[in-house]
Design a protein around this ligand. Structure first.
Ligand code: 5AD
Ligand code: SF4
Length: 472
């Protein structure tokens, strides 16, 4: 009895002694997923998570470099954290993720605004780096790896709703689109051992999760052959080739192993998504019919300068194939306006392609020159800001029109929705998504979070389906 009491006291002491960390993720879902890996590594060395920055001993910013604006947002946050630091001298601040490599010297040495800088492949080194910080040393590790996939780490899903989870299946990217900084900040493309992916999903399903999104910069290029480094597949043995697992196979195994779990994936690249993937989607009801298929531009001349690996004609052919195999598939886009030398004619080609595809939704950006990329080295950022802005407004307006028209078609139909959260606008309404990844808001009635609802669509905006219950 006494031993037990002592043990409980010891445990209590450990908990009360434990340091607290908070972590803020910027940018893509990959960063959200990485922050969960970081949380798991920190909890193993006694840290506990808090959402309160003011209550933290360690604040980490998981940063994004994709556009200049993303970096400016992080800088602003660092300024506000430094104000907190003035009242709490023991507070440590770290920069993680994509900005780490580019700005390590600036943050640590020139400006001395952070104590710790860790790149996306170096999170296992956090325990050592934190010791360095305690000794008063600068702590930095921005080495990129050809193997690291954090395959064995069970992410700590702090801030989860217990319903949806991301599962990372690839890291890095070999595509070298000329505008993109990701290949430099996240390194070579590598896939994760499928066994570890299945283990992670199994743990999620057992804990009650209902939907899993397989995540990577380029999921359709997933390839495991005993190793995962994409560029070394050419060196694989005959047996390794024969037993290799591609994305369609992985998708099939996941869908079959977890038939009651909704499966999503993102992001797809037009040159890599193949018929086998589309047919797998058609064959398994639990794989959601939505493809996020960035195209960036509707002009061949610009696609070539962007080093995108397909033409507009090939992209149109792919869209036709998707619509044939998966007639009710949601399709979304990423688009960039004002890439160097983009003319009004190129822009009109983009609008034309959008008119052809009629995407359900999209993410549209002005070109932002990123230091070190091929586009920054080779091309002048020569489209004036006001023209970039005008073109951006035009594609956003067209997208909103298409979205509204597409959503209008759902009126009167019944959709299946996984209930994910309360509506932001009304405590009496739930919010969730249908398989096509469209937001649906509808009255709560007696339904609960995590349940599926059959919802009759009675109205829509260009971003949301408004529903009622389905009364048979
Ligand atoms: N400028 C503007 N948008 C960019 N993206 C990537 N790099 C840039 C850049 N330099 C966009 C692309 C990509 C999405 C994730 O971010 O559309 O698909
Ligand atoms: Fe960047 Fe292109 Fe890779 Fe996407 S596919 S991460 S845009 S390099």
């Amino acid at each position: 009895m006494l031993a037990k009491t002592l043990e409980i006291n010891k445990k209590k002491k450990r908990i009360s002694n434990s340091k607290k960390f908070s972590i803020i993720s910027y940018g893509c879902q990959m960063n959200v997923s990485d922050s969960e890996v970081v949380a798991s590594i920190l909890e193993q060395i006694g840290y506990s998570h808090t959402n309160e920055m003011h209550d933290s001993d360690l604040i980490l910013l998981n940063t994004c470099s994709i556009r200049e604006k993303a970096e400016l947002t992080v800088r602003k946050k660092l300024e506000s954290i430094n104000a907190i630091k003035k009242n709490n001298k023991n507070l440590k601040v770290g920069v993680l993720g994509c900005m780490a490599e580019r700005l390590k010297e600036k943050f640590l040495i020139e400006e001395k605004i952070v104590d710790l800088v860790v790149g996306p492949d170096a999170y296992r080194d956090l325990p050592n780096l934190l010791k360095e910080v305690e000794f008063g040393n600068d702590a930095v590790n921005v080495l990129l790896s050809k193997e690291e996939t954090y395959a064995d780490i069970n992410p700590n899903r702090f801030n989860t709703n217990g319903i949806n989870a991301f599962v990372s299946i690839t890291r890095g990217c070999d595509n070298m689109c000329t505008f993109c900084i990701v290949p430099f900040t996240r390194g070579r493309e590598r896939s994760r051992d499928p066994k570890t992916i299945l283990n992670e999903i199994n743990t999620l399903v057992k804990s009650g999760y209902k939907e899993v999104t397989l995540l990577g910069q380029n999921v359709d290029s997933y390839l495991w052959y005993g190793g995962g480094l994409k560029k070394d597949f050419t060196k694989a043995t005959e047996i390794q080739r024969k037993t290799s697992v591609n994305f369609a196979m992985l998708l099939k195994i996941v869908a079959k192993s977890f038939p009651k779990t909704r499966i999503r994936f993102t992001t797809s690249n037009p040159q890599d998504i193949d018929t086998e993937v589309l047919e797998t989607m058609a064959n398994y009801d639990n794989i959601c019919n939505h493809i996020h298929l960035p195209v960036q531009s509707g002009s061949d001349h610009i696609l070539k300068k962007m080093n995108r690996k397909h033409t507009v004609k090939e992209y149109r052919k792919l869209i036709k194939k998707i619509k044939k195999i998966l007639p009710d598939c949601g399709i979304s886009q990423d688009m960039i306006t004002g890439f160097p030398n983009e003319t009004d004619d190129d822009h009109l080609d983009t609008l034309k392609l959008m008119d052809y595809v009629k995407y359900d939704f999209g993410f549209m950006f002005k070109y932002s020159e990123r230091p070190g990329t091929l586009a920054a080295k080779k091309f002048d950022d020569n489209v004036p800001e006001d023209i970039k802005q005008r073109r951006l407004s035009e594609i956003i307006d067209l997208q909103l029109k298409h979205s509204y028209q597409n959503l209008l078609k759902y009126r009167g139909k019944t959709v299946s929705v996984l209930i994910e959260k309360e509506s932001k606008k009304s405590a009496n309404h739930w919010c969730g998504r249908n398989p096509q990844n469209l937001m649906v808001v509808f009255p709560k009635n007696n339904l609960k979070l995590g349940e599926y609802a059959k919802v009759k669509v009675i109205d829509n905006t260009s971003t949301t389906l408004i529903g009622d219950f389905y009364y048979d």
